[in-house]
Ligand binder design. Sequence first.
Ligand code: IMP
Ligand code: MG
Length: 179
Amino acid sequence: METVHVKDRDFGTYLTEAMIADKVSALAADLNRDYAGKKPLFIAILNGAFMFASDLFKKIEIDAEISFIKLASYKGMKSSGNVITAIGLEQDLYGRDVIIVEDIVDTGKTLYHFLPQLQHQHPASLKVAALLHKPEATQFPLQIDYVGFIIPNKFVVGYGLDYDGLGRNLKEIYQLVQE
Ligand code: IMP
Ligand code: MG
């Protein structure tokens, strides 16, 4: 196992470049099949999903659009306030087939609060494609329609995912080495 040092922690190889590429191709094949004859709008969530979205989109062979957004969450006056604002969402989603592209679904909190806001625009359909999913970490029930890898509840970096802003440039996905 190759290890890398990111900021102040050691991470070991978990998913290789080849494993990721194969999985991305398989996901793209599913999407090409399921959305044949449609013109879906992919919405990739920055920053983490940029690499996955780019590789996935290159393998989409049907007519499709892509847009990148950033989510900012505001804690309202009430402690439980979970208002999530999308920065950069310009398209009208009415009647569109929308596919949200995420790097990882961890607790599910982000999408759990964000998806209903998109539903308000009445897309024809709204699905989620996530490269990674940590089911053991789920706190907010969420349907993930296209999942790359189901992974254990351990912190990962690389391929767009960061640890304190670092490690996004790694080609492989690394898992925290438990001390
Ligand atoms: P959730 O709202 O708890 O599902 O968290 C989703 C976001 O947290 C992801 O889009 C990531 O940006 C970040 N995240 C969750 N787990 C990890 C991890 O293991 N490594 C890096 N980022 C993570
Ligand atoms: Mg993210």
